[in-house]
Design a binder for this molecule. Structure first.
Ligand code: MOS
Length: 758
């Protein structure tokens, strides 16, 4: 595999090495559960063994008797605490210790606190509940589920997109595809386990917990605990795998805080991997029906996409990926509908590209099927259906480089060497298949604040309450400041992951680079203007260059005349030692309340399909080669090539890393990953990394990322499209397409396993 970061092309930034990379790989980066905490007690959760019913009695006497047990928080102990509310900040309205109703298997029934982790764990295992249990519904297959229309239930799917007369177009289509697809339940398994450490100092509460949303959590936790948000601080400087799992706050955080207050000591609770399956969010299984009609010329005339998703009993969580699939190609007509199925399950939540991963999987499979039905090359089929405008609202795309992505990726992959005939390519015992699919992700941006300080020594400090979830945003924010202030990267420090810093939006929806960089730009611009005024002022070292265009580079303020002044001299003339600016960035189209909502932890998102002027998406094209053993039918992916266009690329190293990681996850989605559910008990079965299969190094061979240059001035001041969630969209469909090409077997249900190919 080529390990070098791509050489920057037009509108692409240097592959600066992560400023925290060394700390991370040498173990010096402290993750929230690593923070040394004096006098800490250990919390372990006890969870339900049924999925539906009521706890009639909780037996805690044996647990209490374990040496070292300090407290057990359970029913009754949360009565004065506000219940979590389902929404952007809280994962679920299920409020485990507030009432005795059990909504799902693995629901928290108690938190044991002890002097040691071992004592707490022993005691937690001795807790047992008496239940009035009822037969649960596990999901699509079960009796007793409730199905409702999803549109409008959740901001992620405001309405079912429609265009033209689908029924007529479908009836008249010369070539038709009418197929069903499905994606499995998937659970978050970040390397860093979920944890909460709560520390009280008087009425001030500090929470160390991996979080993608420190400001949102601060406000929501304060509401639950009835505190002033100013007295709550969430600290999360490093996060070992987020991908949406650490976006919404779960019920545990308040429970641990209550425990710490009761015993008057800090409490740390690290959730076991098994318990995380029931107490955290996950990607629920989806089903799809796609109807696609086309003319013999290959033009799509009708696109129908129905989706079904599973959620918990009380919450309307839905991802609703038809927003993107309905705008993907130049369909003559569109009809979509998404339904939610309520079952006795914990509430699902965000997982990397929540709507697009399952919905685009279904669409891109159907595209491959239609291309085959038309006898057309799948790349050519997409080229023919490339839209000038999106068909739902008739708006232009702010930029759309999909075909360029196809051209570059096809070229690098060697698509022209593919023999289109199914099952025709072979090497020894291995059947070879080649396939492709489109990646798409909406480009959004949110209000964000940042503080930038420049000293006379040329030291820069950037502060922003965003989160380094592994994307490289800390480095990128520093790069933006270094560039605008003309300072070497070594002189830049960046602080993130603390609700005491200027507020940033949730690090989700691939908005962070755009939002943070736009705020940092705004702060740097003010610093520059102040310095420029000082430089050209009466006593300034560039006095008299008042009308000259000024810039900052190499630690100097320079005029276009060629004259320049050292920063130290400008500061001296200004008689200050540092300039510090606090910027509040609000994107175009923001409401008058936008900044207030940012501070309240409920930032507005702008962009995607929601803007008036244009729809905003990043695109990519992915090509996969599979090799399938003709005897054992094992599937290998020796190579994958993805070309992506995402506006300005801030750093080709971190961008490549995001996209590569996404494609690797996509291979896992295609071939490995699935949570198995015991239908009788609505229980997750494979709750560990032995049985929950993810790709390891031996599964991944060559992964090539091509960054296609693109300029988009509409998306946000930084010109950046998010790409953290782009890479894994489409990958699974590309694998399925390649599997079909190798074997002639069309696998529509993920994951694709040996048993499907026999
Ligand atoms: Mo992401 S699933 O928006 O953290």
């Amino acid at each position: 595999m080529n390990q070098a970061a791509p050489t920057p092309k037009d509108n692409q930034g240097d592959p600066v090495v992560r400023i925290d990379g060394r700390l991370k790989v040498t173990g010096q980066a402290s993750y929230p559960a690593d923070i040394a905490t004096a006098n800490v007690a250990y919390g372990v959760l006890a969870t339900s063994t049924i999925a539906r019913g009521k706890v009639s009695k909780l037996n805690i006497e044996d647990a209490k008797a374990v040496t070292g047990v300090l407290d057990i928080v359970t029913y009754g102990d949360m009565d004065n605490i506000g219940k979590p509310k389902f929404g952007n900040t809280s994962a679920s309205s299920i409020a485990p210790l507030h009432d005795r109703t059990i909504f799902h298997d693995g629901q928290i029934v108690a938190l044991v606190v002890a002097e040691t982790f071992e004592a707490a764990e022993e005691a937690a295992m001795l807790i047992h509940a008496d239940y009035e249990d009822e037969q649960p519904s596990a999901g699509f297959e079960s009796k007793g589920t409730k199905t409702e229309a999803a549109a409008g239930k959740n901001p992620m799917l405001k309405e079912d997109p429609k265009a033209g007369d689908f029924d007529a177009a479908w009836a008249n289509a010369a070539v038709k595809i009418d197929e069903k697809y499905s994606t499995p339940t998937q659970h978050h398994n970040p390397i860093e386990l979920f944890s909460t450490t709560a520390i009280w100092q008087g009425d001030q509460l500090t929470i160390h917990e991996p979080s993608q949303n420190v400001t949102g959590w601060k406000v929501e936790l304060a509401r639950q605990l009835k505190l002033d948000p100013a007295n709550v601080r969430i600290i999360s400087p490093y996060i070992g795998g987020a991908f949406g799992s650490k976006g919404p706050m779960t019920a545990r955080t308040a429970i641990v805080a209550v425990a710490a207050r009761r015993i008057g000591r800090p409490v740390r609770c690290v959730v076991s991997r098994m318990q995380a399956f029931g107490t955290q969010t996950y990607r629920a299984e989806t089903r799809h029906r796609i109807r696609m009609g086309a003319g013999k010329d290959g033009r799509i005339t009708a696109f129908g996409h129905e989706g079904w998703e599973v959620t918990s009993r009380p919450d309307p969580y839905v991802v609703g990926g038809t927003s993107a699939t309905a705008r993907m190609y130049d369909y003559g007509s569109v009809l979509t509908h998404v339904s939610i199925v309520h079952a006795d399950r914990n509430t699902p939540g965000y997982m990397r590209s929540p709507p697009e991963t399952p919905y685009v999987y279904a669409l891109e499979n159907a595209m491959d099927e239609m291309a085959a039905a038309l006898g057309m090359d799948p790349v050519e089929f997409r080229r023919i259906n490339e839209p000038a405008k999106e068909v739902i609202g008739g708006k232009p795309f702010s930029s759309r480089s999909l075909i360029k992505c196809y051209d570059e990726a096809a070229d690098a992959f060697g698509w022209s060497k593919r023999d289109a005939k199914v099952g025709s390519m072979r090497e020894g015992d291995w059947l070879i298949g080649m396939g492709c699919a489109t990646a798409i992700y909406p480009t959004a941006v949110a209000p964000c604040a940042a503080r930038v300080r420049l000293t006379s020594d040329g030291d820069v400090r950037v502060q922003c309450g965003s989160h380094e979830i592994g994307t490289g945003v800390r480095t990128i924010a520093g790069q933006m400041a270094a560039e605008l202030l003309g300072i070497a990267m070594e002189k830049v420090s960046v602080e993130m992951g603390d609700s005491a810093l200027p507020p940033a939006p949730v690090s989700g929806g691939s908005i962070s680079t755009a939002s943070v960089c736009s705020a940092v730009m705004q702060a740097c611009e003010t610093v520059r203007q102040k310095l420029f005024a000082g430089a050209v002022g009466k006593d300034g070292p560039l006095s008299g260059s008042g009308n000259a265009k000024l810039d900052m580079a190499d630690g100097k303020v320079g005029a276009e005349t060629g004259k320049s002044a050292k920063l130290a001299d400008v500061f001296k003339a200004m008689q200050v030692g540092a300039i510090e600016e606090y910027a509040e960035f609000a994107p175009k189209g923001s409401s008058p309340e936008a900044l207030k909502k940012l501070y309240a932890g409920q930032p507005e998102f702008h962009g995607g399909e929601g803007d008036e002027d244009s729809v905003k998406y990043a695109f990519g094209a992915e090509f996969v080669e599979v090799r399938i053993n003709s005897y054992t039918r094992e599937v290998r992916v020796p190579r994958i090539v993805g070309a992506f266009a995402a506006g300005r690329i801030m750093n080709t190293r971190t961008a490549r890393s995001q996209l590569m990681g996404g494609m690797i996850w996509g291979i896992g989605q295609a071939l490995h990953e699935a949570t198995e559910i015991d239908q009788r008990h609505a229980r997750y079965v494979n709750r560990d990394l032995q049985d929950y299969i993810v790709p390891v190094n031996a599964d991944i061979k060559q992964v090539d990322v091509i960054l296609v240059p693109e300029v988009d001035r509409e998306v946000n001041p930084a010109g950046v499209k998010g790409l953290g969630e782009l890479g894994n969209v489409g990958t699974a469909a590309a694998v399925a397409s390649a599997v079909y090409h190798a074997t002639g077997k069309r696998i529509r249900d993920l994951p694709i396993r040996i048993e499907n190919l026999l």
